[in-house]
Design a protein around this ligand. Structure first.
Ligand SMILES: Cc1ncc(COP(=O)(O)O)c(C=O)c1O
Length: 368
């Protein structure tokens, strides 16, 4: 089976881990041992911002960022439902209310028009997602946020290597949250990062990461233990160096696959954003006017042929039992339509040119 995503690890990562183990320093109580500090410095440079705060998952990164933005009980946060559930979890864990807004069908990201409609007096923040690695268009969201004094927390979990307006994704949001989970463009196994240009937010985030402390055993706010272990940071340092080549291979694979699939008129293919770059975390096609049954048949048939095609996200968050029970039903027509029609195909750096042809030709056959 060609998996939809799989980490690419080499001897460099093995050596880096062994070195940490031999050093005897595997964590640091106040949040940043030597490896974590070095990783944060390099990550901030990569993300084009002043601060990077490394944590142990992308979910922790999102939770901390929502808390740091000042979201409290009763506050509303506008976010897409067409995302991984962690985006919404972060809001609920902070005590806030997730207000799901619809997507722009052109890029599957949060629609600024829908955000405007979802605003209330209780809105505290906007939480857009760079879905599949497409850097969400930030300008219209920034205008809304500035007009209503809202924070923008960007879920950049899937956006390593994406750019917009000449900057890395996340650089022009108040905070951006990254995941380093095993499937992502770069990984530490599990892991996450919050990036920001704001000194006050950075200080708050560092405290939230370690029990609300600036100094040991002196909690100044409610905090957590969201620290990244030294071994993970050591892997992250190596993966960060390899990231440009990983993204270049993903891009080349995406271009090859698009060349094959462009012969079929029933598919809407992914593309690069104007004036920016996709991270190509997921190569997601859409069955134009397709039925969910037909999409699922294609997924089953591709799997039978050893191609790990997947539908992200066939069950949008606002349809999940917990969210429906807790926050009520909501109609999101574009989200609901897309969730029935999209599916993703493997293009990760371990997929060969030959396999790309096989994936493309198999899908063309199944569609004919
Ligand atoms: C869009 C999105 N948000 C949040 C997360 C959560 O990250 P993690 O799995 O590292 O907690 C993920 C990844 O799984 C994701 O894809």
């Amino acid at each position: 089976m060609i998996p939809i995503n799989i980490p690419k690890l080499g001897e460099e990562e093995v050596e880096a881990v062994v070195k940490v183990l031999r050093s005897g320093i595997i964590t640091n109580a106040l949040g940043a041992g030597p490896m974590v500090s070095a990783f944060e410095k390099n990550y901030a440079k990569f993300a084009g911002v002043k601060h990077a705060i490394a944590v142990n998952t992308g979910t922790a990164a999102l939770h901390m960022a929502v808390v740091a933005a000042g979201v409290k009980s009763g506050d509303e946060v506008i976010l897409p439902s067409f995302t991984f559930v962690a985006t919404a979890e972060a809001v609920v864990m902070a005590g806030g209310k997730p207000v799901f807004a619809d997507i722009d069908p052109e890029n599957y990201c949060l629609s600024p028009v829908a955000v405007e409609k979802a605003l209330t007096k209780k809105t505290k923040a906007i939480l857009p997602v760079d879905l599949y690695g497409w850097p969400v268009e930030i300008k219209p969201l920034r205008e809304i946020a500035d007009k209503h004094s809202l924070a923008i927390i960007e879920d950049a979990a899937q956006a390593h290597g994406a750019t917009r307006n000449g900057k890395p994704a996340g650089a022009d949001s108040d905070m951006a949250c990254w995941s380093l989970y095993a499937s992502k463009n770069m990984t530490t196994g599990e892991g996450g990062v919050v990036t920001t240009n704001n000194d006050d937010l950075a200080e708050k985030l560092r405290m939230l990461r370690t029990h609300g402390e600036k100094s040991k055993y002196y909690s100044e706010m409610l905090g957590y233990n969201y620290r990244m272990p030294e071994i993970e940071a050591a892997i992250g340092l190596v993966q960060l160096e390899k990231l440009p080549s990983f993204v270049a291979t993903r891009r080349a694979n995406a271009e090859r696959l698009s060349k094959v699939l462009s012969k079929n008129k029933h598919l809407k293919l992914p593309r690069e954003p104007k004036g920016g770059a996709h991270s190509w975390y997921l190569y997601t096609v859409r069955l134009i006017n397709g039925e969910e049954k037909e999409r699922n048949r294609l997924l089953d048939e591709l799997k039978k042929r050893g191609i790990g095609a997947e539908a992200y996200y066939s069950n949008p968050v606002h349809h999940m039992p917990y969210y429906q029970k807790s926050f009520g039903a909501r109609k999101l027509p574009e989200t609901e339509k897309a969730s029935k029609q999209v599916f993703s195909l493997p293009i990760h750096p371990r997929v060969t040119e030959e396999q790309i042809s096989e994936i493309g030709e198999s899908l063309l056959q199944l569609l004919s």
